[in-house]
Design a protein around this ligand. Structure first.
Ligand SMILES: [Zn+2]
Length: 188
């Protein structure tokens, strides 16, 4: 099922998401819907809070990028970054901040402990786009958006675009939850 994506400045994107205790049929369904919603929006990563569920779960699929075509789609649950190496400046975008791009400096290599779709514990080192996408999605689980990490002068340049998204003036090719509507429905 394609789920609408919660966008800036929805409160749910600012919460610290809760760890999962296991993978039951409801979570399996959520994972399938997250992959479908992400592919529908041509995204490479999606975190559960972006579809209105404040749990520590994210999905990733970089397989359409030539360099990563053998990389299977990934389910990452309760991730924890054990260590980081190096740093690099890469341009990022986000399905929850449509139309906005910005350069962010982050570690270039991460070692991650997480649980997979079977809730089995894994530890693996990631580099390149995988490391980048994982760090971006893990930020979502802690209520952080990539625009928060942009340099001040770059943030000034996108202020108008952010205000427009927050006021509901947004044009996407995928369904979204307008931030104001989301607040109303939470009160109801
Ligand atoms: Zn994002």
């Amino acid at each position: 099922m394609i789920l609408p994506i919660n966008i800036y400045s929805d409160d749910i994107l600012r919460l610290k998401a809760k760890p999962l205790k296991g993978v039951d049929s409801e979570i399996e369904e959520l994972i399938a819907s997250m992959f479908e919603s992400m592919h529908n929006a041509s995204g490479i990563g999606l975190a559960a809070p972006q579809v209105g569920r404040s749990v520590r779960l994210l999905v990733l699929d970089l397989s359409y990028i030539t360099e990563y075509e053998h990389e299977k789609p990934m389910v990452v649950i309760n991730p924890y970054i054990i260590s980081v190496k190096g740093s690099c400046d890469i341009e990022e975008g986000c399905l929850s901040v449509p139309g906005v791009l910005g350069y962010i400096e982050r570690p270039s290599v991460i070692t991650l402990k997480y649980r997979d779709e079977h809730f089995e514990e894994r530890t693996r080192e990631f580099s390149g786009m995988l490391a980048r996408a994982l760090q971006h999605e893990i930020d979502h689980l802690d209520g952080t958006l990539f625009v928060d990490r942009m340099e001040k002068r770059d943030r000034k340049k996108i202020k108008k675009e952010l205000d427009a998204i927050a006021s509901g003036t947004v044009n996407t090719e995928y369904p979204v939850v307008a931030p104001k509507l989301a607040k109303v429905s939470k009160q109801a």
